[in-house]
Design a protein around this ligand. Structure first.
Ligand SMILES: [Zn+2]
Length: 322
C-alpha cells in the first residue's frame, strides 16, 4: 500500500506553495486547492522552491523501504509480523533507531518525560509555531510494519528531501514520534499525544495505571529510561502556540482506497473511540420456557438494545460500536 504518491502529498500539504511549481491536471488542481483551504497555510510561494521542478522532490524509495524494514526488525514476534509494546526492550531499541535517524537528518532531538520524541529543523522565524508531522511506532501484537511507521519515517524522508533541495524553512519543521498510540500495554490509547494536548484526567489516571503484569506505568517508563513522576506530567503539556499546523501521513486501515484504486485520501473526520458503562435491569426468566417476546432479563435487554441503539449514531451517522 505504500507508494510514492503519499510522500509527495505530504509535501504538498505541508508546503502548499510547492503546488505552484508543477503543471497539474484540472483534477489535481482542484484537489490542491482543497488542501490549501484545509490547511489554512498561506499560499504565497517560497522563493527557494519556485525554480525547482517536481523531479527535484524525488523520494529515496529504496532508502525509505530499507529503514522501514530495519525498524520492523525491532519486534517481539518474527517477520513479517511486528510486535512492539510500549517501553519494552524492542520499543527502546526502536526509539534509539528513530533518534539516530533524526540526528543523521540534521534535526535537533528532544524527548519529553513520557518519551514523545521531537526532531526539529529550526526555521528562520522563531516567533511562529512550528509545522509538525509525525505518527507512532508502537505496534500491537502481530501487526504489520507500515502502520504509524510510514508517518514517522516518511516525515523524515520529507525533511531530507527539503534539505537536499536547499529549502530554508521560515517556520520550524518538526517530526514527532508519539508515545503509545496503541492501548496494548496500559489500556490507554494515544497516551503521548493526549498528554501533549494537556488532558488532565489522563495525567491523573496514570498514577493508577498498571499493565497485565501489575507493573505501574511510572515503573515501566523508568525501566525504559524515562525518569518520570506524576508531578512531571504537566511539563509534557504543550502551549496553544507551540505549533501552527500538524499533518499525519498514515496507511489506510480500511478497504476503500485500495478497492477504488486510489493511492491517497484526505481525512475529513476521524474515529473518536469512547466507552460508556450501561447498567441493564430486568427480571429473570427460564431460558427455555419464557419466550423472547416475554423476556425482560437484563441479558436479553442488552442484546436487543445494543444493535438497535449504537450510541455513536446520534453523533455521527456511520459510527460503529463493538
Ligand atoms: Zn497507526
Amino acid at each position: 500500500m505504500f507508494a510514492r504518491n503519499p510522500l509527495l502529498f505530504l509535501f504538498l500539504f505541508l508546503f502548499p506553495s510547492l503546488s505552484l511549481i508543477s503543471k497539474a491536471t484540472h483534477d489535481e488542481e482542484s484537489t490542491r486547492r482543497t488542501m490549501e483551504d484545509f490547511s489554512g497555510y498561506p499560499t504565497a510561494a517560497h522563493p527557494s522552491v519556485l525554480s525547482l521542478s517536481p523531479s527535484s522532490l524525488s523520494v529515496d524509495e529504496a532508502g525509505l523501504l530499507r529503514q522501514i524494514d530495519e525498524l520492523a526488525a525491532f519486534s517481539d514476534t518474527p517477520a513479517p509480523s511486528v510486535t512492539r509494546i510500549l517501553y519494552s526492550e524492542k520499543d527502546v531499541l526502536a526509539r534509539s533507531y528513530i533518534k539516530s535517524l533524526m540526528k543523521e537528518a540534521g534535526l535537533s532531538v528532544r524527548e519529553d518525560h513520557v518519551g514523545n520524541i521531537f526532531g526539529r529543523w529550526n526555521g528562520s522565524d522563531s516567533g511562529v509555531g512550528a509545522v509538525a508531522t509525525g505518527s507512532h511506532i508502537d505496534a500491537i501484537p502481530y501487526s504489520g510494519k507500515y502502520d504509524g511507521v510510514v508517518g514517522v519515517l516518511g516525515a523524515l524522508e520529507a525533511i531530507r528531501i527539503l534539505k537536499r533541495i536547499g529549502f530554508q524553512p521560515r517556520k520550524s519543521l518538526e517530526v514527532i514520534m508519539f508515545t503509545s498510540e496503541e492501548p496494548t500495554r496500559f489500556g490507554i490509547s494515544c497516551l503521548g499525544s493526549r498528554l501533549l494536548a494537556g488532558i488532565h484526567p489522563l495525567a491523573n489516571a496514570l498514577n493508577k495505571a498498571v499493565d497485565s503484569q501489575n507493573i505501574p506505568f511510572f515503573d515501566a517508563a523508568r525501566g525504559a529510561g524515562y525518569d518520570v513522576r506524576q508531578e512531571d506530567l504537566p511539563n509534557v503539556f504543550l502551549t496553544k502556540t507551540s505549533y501552527s499546523s500538524f499533518v499525519e501521513l498514515h496507511i489506510e486501515q480500511g478497504p476503500i482506497l485500495e478497492e477504488e484504486g486510489v493511492s491517497i485520501g484526505i481525512v475529513t473526520a476521524i474515529a473518536a473511540p469512547a466507552s460508556i458503562k450501561v447498567d441493564f435491569e430486568g427480571n429473570g426468566g427460564h431460558a427455555g420456557a419464557v419466550l423472547m417476546p416475554a423476556r425482560t432479563s437484563s441479558a436479553a435487554e442488552s442484546i436487543l438494545f445494543l444493535p438497535l441503539h449504537p450510541v455513536g449514531c446520534y453523533v455521527f451517522p456511520v459510527a460503529t460500536f463493538s
